[in-house]
Ligand binder design. Structure first.
Ligand code: HEC
Length: 141
């Protein structure tokens, strides 16, 4: 049988080729996306400093600090006294056993610490924790 360009057989073959090249493109694209994702995660894990530090949004905000004081008296004073410490450490000095950045203090309050500091993530909203932190900051000696 003599084949002529554009015969039915030929067209079907071309169409199959087109479909498989589209499939191949999709496959390559999804592999690239997956690797970019994994790469990003690994990179972020190795370079924590590349992540911008979260800071307390209520620094110096008088109304938030007043609310923070109320929350502190209710929840924290039992162990931290007026902030200068009791069974829990002094929070007004410059010594931070668990890190003194806003983000580190937030993590301490939210997650708790093994040395007797309870976790507050289920009792206090993030917002309330930040207000308490603004209050603690306002006590700084
Ligand atoms: C049951 C007692 C207790 C209560 C209640 C408590 N804490 Fe603590 N807290 C501790 C102890 C004990 C530590 C020291 C933990 C450690 O060293 O592992 C601590 C550590 C901390 C630290 C870290 C201090 C540092 O030097 O790094 C912060 C900040 C803190 N508490 C804030 C709070 C806040 C805010 C509240 C209230 C929401 C609170 N704590 C309630 C006992 C308490």
């Amino acid at each position: 049988m003599k084949r002529t360009a554009g015969s039915g057989h030929d067209r079907a073959q071309k169409q199959r080729a087109r479909i498989s090249s589209v499939m191949f493109g999709v496959m390559i694209a999804s592999i690239l996306v997956t690797y970019a994702h994994i790469g990003g995660t690994i990179w972020a894990g190795n370079e924590p400093r590349a992540k911008p530090e979260v800071t307390c949004p209520y620094m110096g905000d008088a109304a938030a600090i007043a609310e923070g004081k109320k929350l502190f008296d209710r929840n924290c004073a039992e162990c931290h006294g007026d902030g200068t410490g009791g069974s829990g450490p002094d929070l007004t000095d410059n010594e931070w056993l668990c890190g003194g950045s806003d983000a580190q203090i937030f993590a301490t309050v939210s997650n708790g610490r093994p040395g007797g500091m309870p976790s507050w993530s289920s009792d206090l909203k993030d917002d309330e924790i930040w207000k308490i932190i603004a209050f603690i900051r306002s006590l700084k000696k």
